[in-house]
Write a protein that binds this ligand. Structure first.
Ligand code: SAM
Ligand code: SAM
Ligand code: SF4
Length: 375
């Protein structure tokens, strides 16, 4: 039974040079109609029982105005029974004034995740962001004033022309905000983005792999120094502030996905919704779910997912839980991957746990790959 829901808001006020998530430029879009269809999809995909986590992501949910945000929150409150667990909204710095913040707070939102990316204004501009580092301080202060305590920020490192020094400076500024949660992702140059096109023309000056690894090392060390523990490859939190919603993904549990391009996992079926707005809204207006693709996950695939998702967490995979779930031990299903990866010093087995070593965290993809296509 799904205990979590993800809701996608595909609108943005600007398009960043690195982003390939499902989004469109806000101006001129049928936002009100989209929100209405989203409410209808909530009814169509309604689940038994209560949800422990709700995550509204995008795109940019805070590009909605206060009235639209209130409408969206009312639909969520009406159709998604919530246990009072974790209710996150993603936000762009500079988007949230007191009015919008109060709307969110009054409807039970209790976590905000700001897309900060960097504290260097020149770098921000060069990656296509429109906010300035100053906006981060204003937004975080305003959010705290309205009573939000569980606040996270996203950073991206290994950006074009970024130096280790620059990243250290961003990290220090981020940590000086004394927030309970931080995510830091290394830049992925995705096809169809501005950066991808520049890269193909040889016009994107990216840090080397060694520099990227050095930045990741700085990240891990600095977080540790500030007492913010790493609980996943890219995620760090004070004790008790780990993102429960994201843990649902890494624990390979089920969730409902709502909105254009959202994906979900219900009753052993992984599905994705139509991405383009029209294609998404049309079936919903006819009372049909907007699924474009769905797949019955086989037991073999489920076992692979259990490994490559679970190994993202620093706590790793529980051998006991694996055996209870699948009726076979990890060792009997993946003997070769375990031997090869422990042999290379990238994986370790410690009691009930199979987890990445420190070195393994730098080479996560190589480890995950070794568990794929085995069964
Ligand atoms: C899809 S965005 C949505 C939230 C919000 N619109 C924003 O820009 O912050 C969520 C996060 O994904 C990360 N992200 C997006 N594209 C990325 C890329 N190509 N490489 C690394 N991280 C990326 C950013 O840190 C961003 O904050
Ligand atoms: C990159 S993560 C950032 C999470 C953030 N660091 C935090 O701690 O809350 C969030 C992004 O992943 C994507 N995402 C998450 N769950 C999704 C789902 N079920 N379907 C589609 N996209 C999803 C959305 O684009 C969302 O903006
Ligand atoms: S990173 Fe966020 S703001 Fe930028 S285009 Fe992607 S979803 Fe929109």
């Amino acid at each position: 039974m799904a205990k979590s829901a993800y809701i996608h808001i595909p609108f943005c006020e600007h398009i960043c040079h690195y982003c390939d998530f499902n989004k469109v430029f806000l101006e001129g879009q049928p936002v009100d109609e989209y929100l209405m269809r989203l409410g209808e999809e909530m009814k169509l995909r309604r689940q038994e029982g209560q949800l422990d986590t709700i995550f509204v992501g995008g795109g940019t949910p805070t590009s909605l105005d206060a009235r639209q945000l209130a409408y969206l929150c009312e639909k969520i409150n009406e159709h998604l029974p919530f246990s009072g667990g974790e209710f996150t909204f993603e936000a762009n710095p500079g988007d949230l004034g007191e009015e919008k913040l109060k709307v969110l707070k009054d409807h039970g939102v209790n976590r905000l995740s700001f897309g900060v990316q960097s504290f260097n204004d020149d770098l921000l501009k060069s990656i296509g962001r429109t906010h300035k580092s100053e906006d981060v301080y204003t937004s975080v202060k305003a959010a705290e004033k309205v009573g939000f305590e569980n606040i996270s920020i996203d950073l991206i490192y290994s950006l074009p022309k970024q130096t280790e020094e620059d990243f250290k400076d961003t990290l220090t500024k981020a940590l000086d905000l004394d927030l309970p949660h931080y995510s830091a992702y290394s830049l992925i140059v995705e096809p169809k983005t501005v950066f991808y096109n520049l890269m193909r023309k040889g016009k994107l000056s990216l840090p080397s792999q060694e520099q990227e690894a050095a930045m990741y090392d700085v990240l891990i060390q600095t977080m540790e120094r500030y007492g913010i523990h790493q609980y996943e490859i890219s995620n760090f939190a004070k004790e008790g502030f780990e993102s429960l919603h994201n843990l649902v993904y890494w624990d390979n549990e089920e969730y409902v996905g709502l909105g254009a391009g959202a994906h979900g996992y219900i009753n052993g079926v992984r599905y994705s919704n139509h991405g383009p707005l029209k294609k998404y809204m049309e079936p919903v207006s006819l009372g049909e779910v907007p699924t474009i693709q769905s797949h019955d996950v086989t037991k073999g695939e489920m076992m692979e997912e259990e490994m490559f998702l679970g190994l993202r967490k620093t706590a790793g995979v529980s051998r006991k839980r694996f055996e209870e779930k699948f009726g076979a031990s990890v060792e009997s299903i993946f003997p070769d991957a375990l031997e090869e990866m422990t042999g290379k010093g990238l994986l370790e087995i410690a009691g009930d746990r199979i987890r990445l070593t420190k070195q393994g965290r730098f080479l996560g993809n190589e480890v995950f790959q070794s568990f794929l296509g085995v069964i």
